[in-house]
Design a protein around this ligand. Structure first.
Ligand SMILES: [Zn+2]
Length: 316
């Protein structure tokens, strides 16, 4: 593979010399070499075998980890976009032209899914990666609301590890000739997730049990709270439009005080004024911003490290 890449790079670098390739081919050794690479499938005919589109930057990261050079990934939302809300524009869909697979997080995160489905129609397959993962129920807000599921499954390292298998299978279905590569890359990535999970457990162990209260902007961290024994105290609901009414706010303030919550964490994506009101009213400090919905331009591994480090620093 490296040989093939070096060769390709060499060809590209020398491309202006138009006589180069015919000249190269006239050398018998070179011809045999190229033939050998082609026979063993090492000389890629195109840059990537498979083009896919992702509607969550973390799925883009995962698809690149598994697909390597064989998969071209078009990230339609970008690292700082809001995956709760996205209107596929014609230029977005043009970028994704030729994609045979769309990956979305699922679990109801993408309210625009019916529209997207009708646009891509028969042209590509759409896989909801979270569809078969065990979902947390949306907590009841005390008004009888709370009938959906919580879509922020990627904050569970275990669920992201399971998603690795789902994405590998989706890629394999579209490009069976690369199955061995996808399996190998998925196994390597799962090992990295195992290490990440062990590291996160060690770090979080530094926070005493009675201080594991996680006050955040919107309710994006229920899976992390479940996995690591935190009580969640979100200011907003499962999306950022849901603001607490005065009664809910009073209850939140009382809960934070009663539990001696050490910090309230804003988000890299949003820091509503209400957080400043809360910190002023309660004297609780503002923590380092957490990455809730996107990646902040980081990989999944870096995103988890960022959040765990911020939480430990704020609460230990
Ligand atoms: Zn969210």
């Amino acid at each position: 593979m490296q040989e093939a890449r070096r060769l390709r790079d060499g060809l590209e670098r020398d491309a202006p010399a138009t006589h180069f390739i015919p000249h190269f081919f006239t050398k018998p050794h070179a011809r045999q070499y190229i033939l050998g690479l082609a026979v063993f499938g090492l000389l890629p005919l195109a840059a990537a075998d498979l083009k896919i589109a992702v509607l969550h930057p973390l799925l883009g990261d995962l698809a690149r980890e598994i697909g390597g050079d064989q998969v071209e990934v078009v990230d339609l939302i970008g690292p700082n976009g809001d995956p709760h809300h996205f209107e596929p524009r014609p230029e977005d869909l043009r970028k994704a032209e030729g994609a045979s697979l769309y990956l979305v997080a699922g679990m109801g995160l993408e309210g625009y899914l019916p529209k997207l489905r009708s646009v891509i129609a028969e042209k590509a397959e759409l896989v909801e990666v979270g569809a078969t993962l065990p979902a947390l129920e949306e907590p009841d807000d005390g008004h009888g609301h709370g009938h959906g599921v919580d879509p922020h499954w990627w904050h569970s390292i275990d669920l992201f590890r399971r998603a690795t298998g789902i994405v590998a299978a989706a890629l394999e279905a579209k490009s069976p000739e690369n199955a061995a590569l996808f399996h190998k890359n998925a196994a390597t990535y799962r090992t990295k997730l195992d290490e990440l999970e062990k590291w996160a457990r060690r770090e979080i162990a530094r926070i005493p049990r009675d201080r594991r209260h996680l006050a955040t902007t919107h309710a994006a961290f229920n899976y992390l709270c479940r996995d690591f024994g935190f009580v969640p105290h979100p200011v907003q609901g499962l999306n950022r439009e849901q603001m607490p009414d005065p009664r809910e706010l009073a209850k939140l303030v009382a809960d934070l005080k009663a539990n001696h919550v050490a910090a309230i964490f804003p988000e890299t994506e949003s820091n509503p004024k209400i957080l400043n009101t809360l910190t002023n009213d309660t004297g609780i400090k503002l923590g380092k911003p957490l990455i809730a919905d996107g990646t902040g331009g980081l990989s999944y591994l870096e995103m988890v490290r960022h959040n765990v480090e911020a939480i430990v620093k704020g609460l230990e």
